[in-house]
Design a protein around this ligand. Structure first.
Ligand SMILES: [Zn+2]
Length: 330
């Protein structure tokens, strides 16, 4: 049973928004584009891993938790955790294209692309081992004594590996069900009641990772961002309020919901707390009533009254607005 699904990839969405708001010649642009590429590859890998569990069912009691953020002797993030009466299995995805080599006596993984480009990455065995230790610490602190195993999943089938470390289990997605069922052959260490309690405790302790505001994380001044409501049709910033929503002066496009996207951008890039005036300045509009109505319609939590009203959002508000925006685009 899947008890926790993968969360909306807010960091990737925020980074993509940052690229659109940052002037093309900004000194951080290259680094941010690299980061977008890295985060997108990770997201795609995690989605492939999740899809294995959506397609396959296991004929014994089990719990599946995707995208889990926990803290024990340190903070850690697990791509997928599989719990059964035989114990816990951590699955970590490494979505790295090319031929993969594991140089001896080094905590590194080298990948070679077809064009000859060579890049080094942290060896996934280091990350997996760290996560296994931190999960064991978490279980110990909760009073559970459960075996913890782990494997690294490479989501691209037919990838070639050289010198794979002896202590590292590497899997392709289609091998996961067989790997997990094999553990059923070992003797069980958890009864059904404990298994259920562990799954509940994990869910309870999960804390969503908050990477925002991104300008702060990437050392960018909010004033360096291009302001204005962006036209999805031509990419120009500076849509104007019109009776039926927002109109683009450059291409004539009318968008009833352009403010939701612009609002998400403000929260993810600049700040989670703001006033009506902050939003007007980012949107490049002086229509105070329109902004007040928008914030009310979007159900943004506020404190204070009249001129002293302050607003603040949390990650769950951003997810809700993102889903709203996606629904509008359909
Ligand atoms: Zn336009």
């Amino acid at each position: 049973m899947i008890v926790k699904r993968k969360s909306v990839p807010l960091k990737l969405l925020g980074l993509e928004m940052l690229v659109k708001r940052l002037p093309a010649n900004h000194p951080n642009m290259e680094n941010i584009l690299k980061e977008v590429h890295k985060v997108r590859a990770g997201e795609n890998g995690e989605r492939i891993l999740e899809s294995v569990f959506n397609k396959y069912s296991f004929p014994f009691e089990h719990y599946i938790l995707h995208d889990l953020n926990l803290q024990s002797s340190g903070k850690f993030q697990i791509d997928t955790l599989f719990l059964s009466s035989q114990g816990a299995v951590i699955l970590e995805v490494k979505n790295i294209a090319g031929r993969i080599e594991f140089p001896q006596d080094q905590n590194q993984l080298i990948r070679v692309l077809e064009n000859g480009q060579v890049d080094a990455f942290e060896c996934p065995s280091v990350q997996l081992e760290r996560n296994m230790i931190l999960l064991k610490d978490w279980l110990f602190a909760k009073g559970y004594s459960i075996p913890v195993r782990g494997a690294v999943v490479f989501p691209r089938p037919q990838q070639n590996f050289e010198n794979v470390r002896k202590n590292l289990t590497l899997l392709f997605p289609y091998e996961i069900p067989v790997y997990l069922r094999k553990h059923k052959e070992t003797s069980p260490s958890l009864d059904s009641k404990t298994l259920n309690a562990v799954a509940k405790d994990l869910l309870y302790d999960h804390r969503r990772y908050n990477p925002f505001p991104l300008t702060k994380s990437y050392n960018i001044q909010p004033s360096e961002l291009v302001p204005g409501v962006r036209c999805e049709n031509c990419g120009t910033h500076g849509m104007q309020t019109i009776h039926s929503g927002w109109g683009c002066k450059s291409c004539g496009y009318i968008d009833k919901f352009a403010h939701i996207q612009a609002f998400l951008e403000y929260c993810m890039l600049i700040d989670f707390q703001f006033t009506n005036s902050d939003i007007r300045s980012f949107f490049r509009t002086d229509n105070k009533d329109r902004v007040s109505r928008m914030l009310k319609y979007l159900e943004i939590p506020s404190t204070g009254k009249n001129r002293g009203v302050k607003y603040s959002v949390g990650l769950s508000d951003l997810e809700r607005l993102y889903e709203m925006q996606k629904g509008n685009l359909k």
